[in-house]
Design a protein around this ligand. Structure first.
Ligand code: SF4
Length: 353
């Protein structure tokens, strides 16, 4: 237990002051851990604080519409996290009387909760000796024990899981997991680990062999798929034409400007005009490009240009399309870079008033 003792001594003096660490309520740990997936701590702090002001309890969140929840999540990306969180708290209300289950296997059955999050909630909120293994922990343990196996492989993760269970503090498993999170973000960082500051330096095999800079071993990720898109900004009587994405799949249920995917030899204006005419029964004339963004998701990269479109004529539109007032642009959850454009248009509109 030397490892746990040294780690916890360090944690007691150096732990980060984070808003979700004010108490160990399971709902709060759950929200923070879901927000922290794919998003930096500094970004999450404000979102978490705003979220807890609006949804201070699990019950308050469970009673909220998906559209409002997505609006509060807007900007964090990976919106299925928010949808699953909402489904999860509703399930906890319906099946567990509003109390998050107190063990990792049961927590992991909730929507969107993986092994890591279940371990974090069970250990922090309920003091269960459940590992919470994310990329930080894989990196730290592959260095501590000088593992040369690929950390993206399941067999390596299982090996690290066993090592953690062997070394975990039984008295303070939640603090043990949080100490690893802090060590991974402040000391045993991906590039040039700060071994001179590390409480585990005397135990670390990688440091002893001076190979900490080449560990962990990891198969490189595939490059995201490059997708070229064009979107039309159609304004009529101080309203913008928007459409809702399908209920399933990427950015499900979020709103965007009418958008087309472009092939290499497509004429942008023709494709956009035809899409708006055939799907939305609106005649437009496509004008100049106003915005251009490259937006990278985990597996895709959107190369998207937004064009000014002059509205000429059209029939009444129906769901899933909508004319949204320029003063109401912050009332819907926007898909990816469409939010940046909506923000600029909203600001311009406010200045013109
Ligand atoms: S000694 Fe260095 S490589 Fe080893 S765990 Fe500490 S920071 Fe990481």
């Amino acid at each position: 237990m030397v490892l746990a003792t040294q780690l916890l001594d360090w944690y007691d003096k150096n732990s980060r002051d984070l808003p979700w660490r004010k108490d160990n309520d399971a709902y709060k740990v759950w929200v923070s851990e879901i927000m922290l997936q794919q998003t930096r701590v500094e970004v999450v702090k404000d979102y978490y604080t705003r979220w807890m002001e609006r949804f201070p309890t699990l019950e308050a969140l469970a009673q909220t519409s998906e559209q409002e929840v997505l609006t509060y999540w807007q900007g964090l990306g990976y919106y299925n996290r928010a949808r699953n969180l909402l489904s999860g708290v509703r399930e906890v209300c319906a099946e567990y009387g509003g109390k998050v289950p107190d063990n990792a296997p049961a927590i992991q059955k909730l929507p969107g909760v993986g092994e890591y999050t279940a371990g974090a909630i069970a250990s922090i909120a309920y003091n269960r000796p459940s590992p919470a293994i994310d990329g930080n922990v894989l990196r730290i343990f592959s260095r501590l024990f000088c593992l040369e196996e690929d950390i993206t492989k399941q067999a390596t993760k299982r090996k690290i899981d066993r090592l953690i269970r062997d070394h975990m503090s039984v008295e303070r498993p939640g603090d043990f997991n949080q100490a690893l999170m802090d060590l991974g973000s402040m000391v045993c960082i991906p590039q040039r680990p700060r071994c001179q500051l590390c409480p585990l330096a005397t135990l670390c095999e990688a440091q002893a062999r001076d190979v900490q800079d080449v560990l962990p071993v990891r198969t490189p990720k595939k490059a995201p798929l490059h997708i070229k898109l064009a979107a039309g900004i159609v304004i009529q009587s101080s309203s913008l034409l928007i459409t809702q994405r399908p209920a399933t799949g990427m950015l499900a249920g979020m709103w965007e400007f009418p958008t087309v995917e472009l092939a290499e030899d497509d004429s942008t204006s023709e494709r956009l005009k035809t899409r708006i005419k055939s799907d939305l029964q609106q005649e437009v004339c496509v004008g100049k490009r106003l915005f251009h963004y490259i937006h990278t998701f985990s597996h895709r990269k959107w190369d998207i240009s937004f064009y000014q479109c002059q509205w000429l004529a059209g029939n009444t539109i129906s769901f899933p399309a909508h004319w949204l007032g320029l003063s109401e642009l912050d009332t819907v959850p926007w898909a990816g870079p469409h939010r940046k454009v909506a923000t600029v248009l909203g600001e311009q509109f406010t200045q013109e008033l």
